[in-house]
Write a new protein. Sequence first.
Length: 182
Amino acid sequence: MTTPIFETENLYLYPLKSIDSDQIQITFPQWEIVRYLAATFPWPYPSDGAYQYLNNIALPRSEEGKAWFWTIRHKKESNIIIGMISLSDQQDDNRGFWLTPKWQGNGYMTEASMIVTDFWFNTLNKSVLRVPKAKINFASKKISENSGMRLIATSKKQYIAGELDTELWEITKEEWNKKHPI
């Protein structure tokens, strides 16, 4: 299935394209964005990091139908990428996102998460969504709580910021549709 374009009250979510790497390369490598990412992300971020990630990981996985990636753009500045959100068939790691600090705290990631989570359940027909996160990533935790997810496991994991306590959050399709009727 091709990745659709989404529109929310404040945002456009456009399918990721190779040309997006230039903007992402400038925006992404900020400590506020990367510190809670898995340690597998290169840090310090290489000068061609976005290009390599998009063209060698994200876009091939998308073409295989194993992942879906969107750039996030505010309607008032739709030519500027302010973040990304993705869905993936990876076990226990189905959704990930980042948003530039300037745009954080306004509910935009909640908007983006809601529409892509609904796509996960009601278009892709997936039965469960699981999302890992650093325990101290309170903003991400709040998004999970507000969408009806529940904590199902804890562990330790290596992040760019070091080894941190990790939480695994989950919601089923049935729970999602009960809390967010179509």
